[in-house]
Design a protein around this ligand. Structure first.
Ligand code: ZN
Length: 76
């Protein structure tokens, strides 16, 4: 981990309950390794499109939950 970087608090993704979003929440794709914020300014997907966020519809789509992680940033 880089010095001074915020601490990542990983959470369990429960697809049946819907995908949580928040300013501090980020999704990490374990296929391509990209991290994307859960509340981007514009539609966003990771490089391999395992995780896709549709801002207009407020929806998050994840193809393979086993290959995705969710974490919040804890600055303390
Ligand atoms: Zn990906």
């Amino acid at each position: 981990m880089e010095p001074g970087s915020p601490f990542r608090k990983y959470q369990t993704i429960q697809p049946d309950a819907g995908y949580p979003v928040g300013k501090n929440l980020h999704y990490e794709c374990l296929v391509c390794g990209q991290v994307i914020p859960s509340m981007p300014d514009d539609d966003l997907s990771c490089k391999c499109r395992n995780i896709m966020i549709d801002v207009g519809y407020g929806r998050i789509k994840i193809q393979d939950h086993a290959k995705a992680r969710l974490f919040g940033l804890d600055k303390s």
